[in-house]
Design a protein around this ligand. Structure first.
Ligand code: C2E
Ligand code: CA
Ligand code: CA
Length: 690
């Protein structure tokens, strides 16, 4: 708060001050006053009167020769009025500087002390040269000048350095403080200062009374007005000797309006407008401070990010207004329910950030996480609706998971993402996530490279008619032969390819390859070809076009092409899926519902999508012999397929017993290790030939 003189902020302050100030001891000489000693002059004044080369100010100020001849008479009159008992004067004149140039100066004079033969005068200079260039009217507008007196652009105070008593305050200073001059003169300077500055001011005063330091600059000094309100001022103080006394002079400007504006700007930059919570920026700053402290005190921190699972639906169904109300309520509950020094923040939309300090052991970790969940469990009331919000939380621990704020936040966000993927409420960052992440990053690039290098290829699993075990079709399944990792099954990479969108390139490759390889076998033996498609591929509206083109270019008969989708694919964006399926069906392509029984299938989809075939999931087939339930399910699915006019296929048949049961139930087709595993193209061709 305190800074030594002429450090950069002080310099800026002085340059920016709208007025120069001086204190002049004058001696009465007949009809007029003669300047005797400049007790104090502010740098701004010296700069106005004598820029560049400082002159003896006693000789310069009030020197008639420096005043434009037309203005001299007016000045003499105003000086006489002071001499005759007047206390204040405002005057406008042209002042000639050493280089011959004139300045338009508005000068305010005020009598500080009136002694028998001397007057101590406080002078204030405002440079109006620029304004005068614009308008000449001001010169004759005396009442305006007078009214400006009360609004003099700087405050000026004089005080006794020995006892700290106010000696004088100009109208500006009085207005800021809200006192009359008489009231103020009974006070000591530190009494009008905010308590948190008092000691500092007293110390400074006593050091300056001893002549130790001077001048001094206070950047943001908070004053307390008579009404008890706070005002922020910048104040430059200087000391001068007078009549054996040390007198302090302070020149200040009220910066409260700027401070209010700055605070608003700061609030906008650091706080979330909707909830008033710190924003992500401030969150990171606080986290930075806490990690530094944590490192010093060996303290563990929990950094948590919180996300609402169903906020988009709330916005969509109840409107943004309701959504905002809920966000505010969440902020309020977090603030009320968590400890004061736990950091709560809103980053954007429905994403919140929390920092918990002093986390000891897993117990307290789980306690705080549970607490957060409990706080948000109670339904939210908006417009007579009860809204239940389900939250997800991801967390990372300092110092275990990261040292820097950015790292910790990223890891908490990764943990949140994982929790979402696994459909869990709370997820903490772990070494397991770490490993899978680096594995993922590796696989991600390896996949792209691998496709270019021809490491992907389809294998073919025969599909047989159960009644006579004849091969009637084939399912193409993708494989990846990585030069170092060896042969990889789709379970290792399909999920990631779906997540990154790479599946659309990969899918197209497999489609082309399988069509090319299979086209002769299909033509000669009448086999059909099944191919798997993921939900992600169904998001492309161009999918039917792609398939159509591939069929045309390879000369593959569309009616022998079976497209496999899972129930979940069918359900996701059912409208769009339906329209894509319709287009495909119009080409003659058949639709197969894969993994049936494992998803959320409903009759509705079955009927609406008009599937041609249902594949009973391997799970039920492998349990056929051990559980009655599975037998019941399989029997039901077989019947269901028949009722909707679809064929039925059983996957994963491994034993003769299973086959027998399925035959008995009336299942049409099957595939599984009992007949053949997925085979590479050459092997498959040989098998078909035999
Ligand atoms: P899916 O479509 O259910 O494929 C059947 C899976 O069962 C294949 O696993 C197959 O090798 C395996 N299987 C076949 N017979 C038996 C058996 O008798 N016993 C057992 N235990 N398993 C058997 P695979 O090849 O590992 O494929 C796994 C999944 O990857 C597939 O499940 C499919 O969802 C996906 N996938 C495979 N290729 C592609 C592809 O080209 N595109 C897309 N989008 N997904 C594919
Ligand atoms: Ca399949
Ligand atoms: Ca399947």
């Amino acid at each position: 708060m305190l800074c030594p003189p002429l450090e950069p902020p002080c310099e800026r302050y002085l340059a920016g001050l709208p007025a120069g100030v001086y204190l002049l001891e004058t001696r009465v000489q007949g009809e007029t006053l003669r300047p005797e000693k400049v007790l104090f002059a502010s740098p701004r004044l010296a700069n106005l009167a004598s820029p560049g080369s400082p002159e003896n100010l006693e000789a310069v100020l009030w020197d008639p020769l420096r005043i434009h001849p037309e203005d001299r008479k007016g000045l003499l009159e105003s000086t006489r009025r002071l001499l005759e008992g007047g206390n204040e004067e405002w005057r406008l004149f042209r002042f000639q500087r050493k280089d011959g140039s004139y300045l338009w100066i508005k000068e305010g004079l005020s009598v500080f002390e009136r002694l028998e033969d001397r007057l101590i005068i406080i002078g204030l200079w405002v440079d109006l040269t620029e304004e005068k260039k614009v308008s000449d009217e001001a010169r004759t507008d005396q009442p305006l000048w007078l009214s400006l007196f009360g609004k003099a652009p700087v405050g000026l105070i004089l005080y006794d350095l020995e006892d700290g008593r106010f000696l004088y305050a100009n109208p500006y200073a009085l207005k800021v403080l809200g006192y009359q001059l008489k009231e103020l003169q009974g006070k000591r300077v530190w009494e009008v200062v905010h308590p948190r500055f008092r000691r500092e001011i007293q110390k400074n005063l006593s050091r300056r009374a001893k002549g130790e330091v001077s001048p001094f600059f206070f950047q943001d000094l908070t004053l307390i007005t008579k009404e008890g309100q706070e005002r922020v001022v910048s104040l430059l103080t200087e000391t001068f000797q007078w009549e054996g006394r040390r007198v302090g002079v302070g020149i200040g400007v009220d910066t409260t309006p700027q401070r209010i504006l700055e605070r608003r700007l700061m609030e906008m930059a650091f706080f979330d407008i909707l909830t008033g919570l710190p924003n992500r920026h401030l969150f990171l700053e606080k986290l930075r401070a806490l990690t530094l402290r944590g490192a010093r005190k060996r303290e563990r921190l929990l950094v948590a990010v919180l996300d609402l699972a169903n906020f988009r639906e709330v916005n969509a169904t109840l409107g943004y207004e309701a959504g905002n109300r809920i966000l505010k309520e969440i902020a309020a509950r977090l603030c009320a329910g968590l400890r004061k020094d736990d950091v709560k923040s809103r980053f954007f939309a429905d994403r919140f950030g929390l920092i918990f300090t002093d986390i000891r052991g897993t117990h307290s970790l789980h306690v705080v996480l549970q607490k957060v969940q409990n706080l948000l469990k109670k339904p939210f009331r908006v417009n007579d609706h009860e809204v239940v919000i389900s939250v997800r939380i991801g967390g990372a621990i300092f110092p275990r998971d990261g040292k820097t704020p950015e790292e910790l936040l990223t890891k908490a966000e990764v943990a949140l993402k994982r929790a979402k993927e696994n459909d869990e409420t709370v997820g903490l960052y772990s070494t397991e996530i770490e490993r899978s992440l680096s594995e993922e990053a590796f696989l991600r690039t390896a996949m792209v490279e691998g496709l270019k290098r021809g490491e992907f290829f389809p294998v073919y699993q025969p599909i047989v008619r159960l009644s006579d075990r004849r091969i009637i079709g084939v399912e193409a399944l993708i494989r990846w032969r990585h030069p170092r990792l060896g042969l990889l099954s789709p379970a290792k990479f399909i999920g990631l390819a779906e997540k990154t969108g790479f599946i659309s390139e990969l899918g197209e490759f497999i489609l082309r390859k399988a069509l090319e390889e299979m086209v002769p076998l299909v033509r000669e033996n009448g086999l059909f070809l099944c191919l798997n498609f993921s939900a992600r591929q169904f998001r492309e509206t161009a999918l039917p076009k792609k398939i159509e083109r591939a069929l045309e270019e390879t000369g593959f008969p569309p009616e022998k092409f079976h497209l496999e989708i899972t129930e979940t694919t069918a359900m996701e964006k059912a409208e769009r899926t339906l329209s894509i399926l319709e287009k495909l069906r119009s080409l003659g392509i058949k639709i197969v519902l894969d993994d049936f029984g494992m998803g959320y299938s409903s009759m509705k989809y079955l009927v609406e999508f008009e599937v041609d075939k249902i594949k009973i999931d391997r799970f039920f087939v492998s349990n056929l012999l051990s559980g009655e339930k599975s037998q019941y399910v399989v029997r039901t699915i077989v019947g269901l397929a028949r009722n909707v006019g679809a064929r039925c296929l059983a996957e994963g048949i491994e034993r003769e017993e299973e086959l027998r049961l399925l035959q008995e139930m009336g299942c049409d087709e099957g595939q599984g290790f009992l007949f053949a595993p997925p085979l590479e193209f050459e092997k498959f061709r040989e098998l078909v030939k035999r």
